[in-house]
Design a protein around this ligand. Structure first.
Ligand code: FE2
Length: 203
């Protein structure tokens, strides 16, 4: 069964001006679709054809760089669309307690997310992850992912230029300021923590 681009869980204009409908039309409609199409083409007719996306990623890691890049980027983008929301809301009580314990406050976590995102060299992703019962900020380069690692990703922010260039040109700090300052989906992060296992790409 072929993978599909996950539908946006909000209207394309819903994140404007942090992320415009024009950016989403390219990012979701072209970039994510290209990763999905290349993944589907690579697994067609192989024994991975009916595998879950997480298993495709795990199988390709260190073995098939092209398939790894495209399958991991497919997963990361599906996770990213859900990591964003028009109105952030609040972390669950359990997540808030873990945030306070690890970072001191939500504001301090947000500051660190922005700093790590700004400091990340070139393409990649900045994550909030849970590992061993504690929260951490993680970074992955290029298409790398936490989807198949020994950690539970709670949120992710895309740091590739295609995520912000049309709206903010080269100003990654401005993109991060607007996304972290009001568009992170704390309900999704709380669900991911509560589930206790890594989010599954819909199929
Ligand atoms: Fe992207």
């Amino acid at each position: 069964m072929a993978f599909e681009v996950t539908p946006l869980p909000y209207e394309p204009t819903a994140l404007d001006p942090a992320i415009s409908a024009e950016t989403l039309s390219f990012h979701h409609g072209k970039h994510h679709k290209a990763y999905i199409d290349k993944t589907n083409a690579a697994i067609a007719g192989t024994d991975l054809e009916n595998a879950a996306l997480e298993d495709v990623i795990k199988s390709a890691r260190g073995q098939n760089q092209g398939l790894f890049n495209n399958s991991a980027q497919s997963w990361n983008h599906g996770f990213y669309w859900h990591s964003l929301t028009p109105s952030s809301g609040e972390p669950s009580e359990e997540l808030q307690s873990m945030i306070d314990s690890a970072f001191g406050s939500t504001e301090a976590l947000e500051t660190q997310l922005k700093e790590r995102g700004v400091g990340h060299f070139s393409n990649g992703w900045v994550w909030l992850i849970e590992r061993g019962g504690k929260l951490e900020i993680g970074e992955t380069h290029d298409g790398d992912t936490f989807a198949d690692q020994d950690a539970n990703p709670l949120l992710v922010i895309d740091l590739w230029e295609h995520a912000y260039y049309l709206d903010h040109q080269n100003l990654r700090p401005k993109y991060l300021e607007e996304v972290v300052g009001g568009k992170l989906n704390w309900a999704f992060a709380s669900e991911n923590l509560n589930r206790g296992t890594t989010w599954k790409y819909p199929c």
